[in-house]
Design a protein around this ligand. Sequence first.
Ligand code: AHG
Ligand code: MN
Ligand code: MN
Length: 337
Amino acid sequence: MRQVTVVEHLLLSQKERPMASGRFTRLLNELILSAKIIDREVSKAGLLNVLGGTGEINVQGEAVQKLDDFANRVIIRRMERAGVLCAMVSEENADFIEIPHTFPSGDYILIFDPLDGSANIDANVSIGTIFGIYRRTSFDSSSVTVSDILQKGAMQVAAGYIIYGSSTMLVYTAGDGVHGFTLDPSVGEFLLSHPDIKIPPQGKIYSVNEGYAMYWDEPTKKIVEYFKSSANALRRPYSLRYIGSLVSDFHRNLIYGGIFMYPADSRDPHKPVGKLRLLCEASPMAMIVEQAGGMAIDGRRRILDIEPQELHQRVPLFIGSKHDVEFVQQTFAQYYS
Ligand code: AHG
Ligand code: MN
Ligand code: MN
């Protein structure tokens, strides 16, 4: 079988579309190289003294792991020199990152979570990198402003993730279906292994941190009870699978069918809207799941329609198989109509 790389696939599948411009290809190539560098470090983490924390707390109030910091620096340093971006937003940086004037720039905006699931790193559990790509909508020569960046997820031109798992995979969409590529370490390339991924419309897995059940609102409790009962669409309880690493939980559910939930909870009055971040986590995953035939909502609204107000805004997330997410939407609609 002929082995197809990411860029070959992009050029073949999008011949007639401007997305296949040299600039987008360049962006993707730089991102792929960053992923390979991160992968190298992650796969040798136990040997390189890169496990553990840096001792810092990030803008999200979370402990920064050494590999979070490494992945963030790799992506920023490579991508700012790529000549195709005007700005970046990282989960680890409070403000958006402007491209220094000494480097050439372009009109793409890259939003990313450099390492997702990083609390799992020391236990050798799969982690990932998540990204969403937008275009600047104002076309003057002035500096980028935050309003150029705060676009709803539906404006993404591409989104994806790299999962550093039992094998390393890139799963991405440029609006033309979802495609998975597995890193072949012997040739150093991501090769097409999962063309046109579709999520089963009905899942049999629910994924949620049920330890926080006492902090949930009534509809959320009812929804989780439904998945655990025999009165659901399957007529028997779903299986619970929760890794605590969004990329890994999402990827498993994408392949097998299922629903991932990070609902709002009342644990912390400062974060009444859940934990996950709209721009760097929920929106990219929402574009992928919709392109695979699934759904992503915050309970009532489509994630991709939410207009962001802040770079690090958090949002409740219900994402996965269509029928399962529809049940969530109907349940919230009954409570809040
Ligand atoms: P990050 O490591 O980028 O901060 O993200 C962690 C997120 C996500 O990966 C996961 O789904 C969630 O945190 C797990 O949170 P809980 O430990 O609260 O379940
Ligand atoms: Mn994350
Ligand atoms: Mn992260």
